[in-house]
Design a protein around this ligand. Structure first.
Ligand SMILES: [Zn+2]
Length: 256
């Protein structure tokens, strides 16, 4: 593949928290250093086509949970020359509060979701305490409303949403978790979102402590490795190391 179907991938930080306890960052026994957590949206673009992955938390909900809201994701995207008001394709990796709180920032977009995610968060298990805590109800209602407005595109598994950019079902963290892959000049790259919060989750084989299916989390790690052309083309969802390992473009923005 060449030319138009190769993309550049950017991670745009919009939020942060200083401390994530080891018991949260890694399920089961794991001697971990003190971790922080960054919150990103991602942009995949070739200048003509742009896909945004996730929309961040709303400032209200992030701050209520003690997260820093560094800036609107819209401001970060603008630094890349991307006008959120004109974005047509947004992937919602899953329905947790820190990924779907900003759908209103993209008034012209269609939102790609996995059918299994919508089923789960409108179904009988959505209100179980272990799952209820990771969502913000107004966000879920927004996605339901978008669906009735004809602005949700459903995937059931793997779908090429535009030429060279795919969503892939990777259930485990949530029931309808999806990851995104895109062709780059160095081969296929993978945005894991919360299929792997940190590099260390995948590298060391200890899941983040929030999941519906631990075996599914491990299958997702295998899928990510199989999809990526090389390990350095994998971008985890929340790791502050992303800003150190990728190429700086602007404050809080890095390029793969
Ligand atoms: Zn997250």
């Amino acid at each position: 593949m060449a030319g138009v179907d190769q993309y550049r991938i950017y991670a745009v930080r919009y939020g942060h928290r200083d401390t994530v306890p080891a018991w949260e960052a890694f399920h089961k026994e794991h001697a971990a250093p003190l971790y922080g957590m960054d919150y990103f949206v991602w942009a995949i673009t070739n200048g003509q086509r742009t896909v945004i992955v996730d929309t961040g938390y709303s400032e209200e909900e992030g701050v209520r949970r003690g997260r820093q809201f560094l800036r609107s994701p819209v401001v970060g995207l603008a630094e890349l020359g991307i006008d959120a008001g004109h974005v047509e394709h947004v992937v919602l990796s899953h329905f947790h509060y820190d990924h779907i709180g900003g759908t209103a920032l993209f008034p012209r977009a269609r939102f790609w979701v996995q059918e299994a995610e919508m089923r789960f968060y409108t179904g009988p298990n959505a209100t179980r305490p272990a799952f209820r805590g990771s969502i913000y109800l107004p966000d879920i209602l927004s996605v339901v409303t978008l669906n009735y407005e004809g602005r949700v595109a459903f995937a059931d598994g793997d779908v090429e949403i535009v030429s060279g950019i795919w969503v892939h079902a990777a259930s485990g963290h949530t029931a309808g978790m999806q990851i995104v892959s895109a062709e780059t000049s160095r081969g296929r790259a993978v945005l894991t979102s919360d299929a792997s919060h940190y590099y260390a989750n995948m590298d060391e084989g200890y899941a983040f402590n929030t999941f519906v299916d631990l075996a599914g989390v491990y299958r997702a790690y295998d899928r990510i490795r199989a999809l990526a052309a090389s390990p350095d083309l994998i971008i985890p969802g929340h790791d502050p190391l992303v800003l150190q390992r990728l190429k700086p473009v602007a404050g809080g923005i890095v390029e793969l």
